[in-house]
Design a protein. Structure first.
Length: 184
């Protein structure tokens, strides 16, 4: 099971990291919705990008506060999240940052860095998405876990072979064919 878990994480991280440049450009053009204009602090920029990438939070401070409390049993009030996002809080308290970092599955230290590179943001988002997928994997029934593993294997094989005929998506025709063969 440990090998399967590692393979799954590698596949997810590879997929997410390779799409980072497109993702960053798309986030700035997000249609139909105002995107936070984060303050000029590392914590503000990082939290803003994480919230934008999180489809469950959907860039909503209240929703993030509620989800942290629901999943972790820890409270980070919406006004605190707002102060971090706006940059009003230059050096947020650890008691506020740690639950946010735990929710996103990243190190709290990332919020306190002197500078934040695009690669740091990409890795944070990748880690967050990987942790979410791992959580979903553990919550899924047997069939769901089998499907996730089949997709991870397909993506892993595609990355290893760099086969140009597999296309850009795990849901292309070749991938669906492989997935249905794996289920049989």
């Amino acid at each position: 099971m440990h090998t399967v878990y590692i393979r799954l994480r590698i596949a997810v991280n590879t997929i997410l990291y390779s799409e980072t440049q497109e993702y960053n450009a798309d986030m700035n053009k997000k249609s139909g919705k105002a995107v936070h204009n984060p303050g000029n602090t590392v914590a503000a920029r990082l939290l803003s990008k994480l919230m934008q990438a999180d489809h469950e939070v959907d860039d909503n401070e209240n929703k993030l506060s509620e989800l942290i409390e629901k999943r972790l049993g820890k409270r980070v009030p919406q006004p605190t999240i707002h102060r971090i996002l706006s940059g009003e809080s230059n050096e947020p308290r650890r008691s506020s940052i740690e639950p946010i970092a735990e929710y996103y599955g990243i190190s709290a230290e990332m919020f306190y860095k002197e500078e934040l590179e695009d690669n740091d943001i990409a890795l944070a988002i990748s880690s967050s998405e990987s942790n979410r997928l791992t959580m979903l994997f553990h919550e899924a029934d047997r069939r769901g876990r089998d499907t996730i593993m089949a997709i991870a294997q397909i993506e892993s094989d595609r990355e290893k072979s760099k086969d140009p005929f597999l296309g850009d998506s795990v849901f292309d025709v070749d991938a669906e064919t492989k997935l249905s063969k794996k289920k049989k």
